[in-house]
Design a protein around this ligand. Structure first.
Ligand code: IPE
Ligand code: IPE
Ligand code: MG
Length: 245
């Protein structure tokens, strides 16, 4: 923690929480046990992010593609979301955390939809960490929705074609109002994006660790942040230009 430069923290960290199933298998348990232990990691990482002073944290909890998993696992995950929200939201609220959900939420069972809209409403005025949960999320879906929304605005005459730029485009994504993540972490060894925030991660630093999500703790987050701070973010410029800036 002392090694961190508090002046150069990312405002927004995004995490692909992967490896619950493999972690459980390694413990001789079933996959669902891994998801339950994954919730413990979520709690620890949210606490650590708050303590460090991160402003936005996006967690990839369930992708659109995950609907194709065995029915038993999908049902188990939905029950876990609802139960976890019921258990954790009062504490999150007490800690001034603002909850936000992104994804094709219409696909969720009613009970889950209700739980997340209640959590969003309850924490809407909070001013601490913004915790964004990507649920039934697919970046391609989000981009297609943005394209449709822009097309409707142009056809109604409320938006001129010439006025569409990257800022306007970003305002039509579900992450409207949030800065782009500067750091994206994926656990459990896979080096891919899996349909996550394709537009928003355009210039993010990517960090891959072999640690399985249920084993991920504050120290692992600090390691990722130290690695982030050791990188030179050039945004197309030369190293010399960056040093003068
Ligand atoms: C991540 O862990 C959680 C979800 C995708 C819901 P996995 O369930 O993908 O775990 P592995 O990748 O099979 O180990
Ligand atoms: C990505 O994990 C989605 C989440 C972490 C929620 P997966 O484990 O589903 O990703 P792939 O399909 O192996 O790339
Ligand atoms: Mg996985």
């Amino acid at each position: 923690m002392e090694k961190l430069d508090l002046e150069r923290l990312p405002k927004h960290i995004a995490i692909i929480m992967d490896g619950n199933g493999r972690w459980a298998k390694e413990q001789g348990q079933d996959r669902l046990f891994g998801h339950y232990q994954g919730v413990v990691s979520v709690r620890k990482v949210v606490e650590a992010a708050t303590e460090i002073g991160i402003q936005y944290l996006t967690l990839y909890a369930f992708s659109t593609e995950n609907w194709d998993r065995p029915q038993e696992e999908v049902t188990g995950l939905m029950t876990l979301f609802v139960d976890t929200l019921a258990k954790e939201v009062p504490d999150l609220h007490k800690n001034n955390i603002k909850l936000h959900f992104i994804g094709n939420l219409d696909m969720l069972p009613n009970e889950a939809k209700e739980a997340l809209s209640n959590a969003t409403r309850l924490t809407a005025q909070n001013t601490g960490l913004t915790l964004i949960i990507a649920l039934s999320y697919s970046s391609r879906w989000e981009l297609v929705e943005a394209a449709k929304s822009l097309a409707i605005q142009v056809s109604k005459g409320s938006l001129a074609l010439a006025d569409i730029n990257d800022t306007v485009f970003a305002e039509n994504l579900s992450t409207k109002g949030f800065p782009d993540p500067e750091l994206m972490i994926r656990t459990s060894g896979e080096c891919r994006i899996s349909n996550f925030l394709l537009y928003q991660l355009a210039y993010a630093e990517l960090y891959f660790t072999d640690t399985r999500w249920p084993a991920f703790r504050k120290e692992d987050l600090l390691k990722a942040l130290l690695e982030y701070q050791s990188r030179e973010r050039r945004f197309g410029k030369t190293s010399e230009q960056i040093q003068i800036d």
